[in-house]
Design a protein around this ligand. Structure first.
Ligand code: SF4
Length: 174
């Protein structure tokens, strides 16, 4: 039987498996329907996400919302999370290795058809540590019985016009 999303959420909210728990106000498990067809995976919660317990609610989140709307995707219909569930501005693979099981369990529970990987940390968690987003963004990659669509992190898309434009093209493939 499939594990429930709420069980995974409960574990994340009280998790102390890596040192990042010490600085969090709220763990950020992610949000969206339990049977979402599309999942978006970023790197880690920031200040606004930590304060609210919700993913992508700061400035990068606004840019993500813009890209979703532009492509006719309703945010309420997709599941949004990150490979680290506790706040940090310095994500590292030591902690991602510990935390990533939650994201993989969420994927199993939700069973999305498409997974959009936002930025290098998410991409490398799935596809290997040497891969760069600039080499692979916008490609459609078969992954078990789903597809992965790697692209840049919305924070980069928001800051750099050129990257924002590349993201607009990548999002058309979702
Ligand atoms: S970042 Fe992940 S592994 Fe570390 S304490 Fe938070 S939920 Fe647990």
């Amino acid at each position: 039987m499939k594990e429930s999303l709420s069980k995974i959420k409960k574990e994340i909210l009280s998790c102390k498996k890596c040192p990042l728990w010490k600085k969090r106000k709220n763990a950020v498990p992610g949000e969206g329907p339990k049977n979402a067809k599309i999942m978006f995976i970023g790197e880690a919660p920031g200040k606004n996400e930590d304060a609210t317990g919700r993913p992508f609610v700061g400035r990068a989140g606004k840019f993500l919302n813009y890209l979703l709307e532009k492509n006719g995707i309703k945010r309420k219909n997709v599941f949004i999370t990150s490979v680290l569930k506790c706040v940090t501005n310095k994500p590292n693979f030591k902690f991602i290795e510990i935390c990533k099981e939650y994201t993989f369990r969420q994927i199993e529970a939700i069973n999305p058809k498409k997974i959009v990987l936002l930025g290098n940390f998410a991409i490398r968690t799935f596809l290997g540590k040497k891969i760069k987003v600039s080499q692979i963004h916008g490609k459609i990659i078969k992954y078990e019985n789903r597809i992965l669509i790697p692209t840049f992190h919305p924070a980069a898309g928001m800051r750099f016009k050129k990257i924002g434009k590349l993201m607009e093209e990548d999002f058309k493939k979702i």
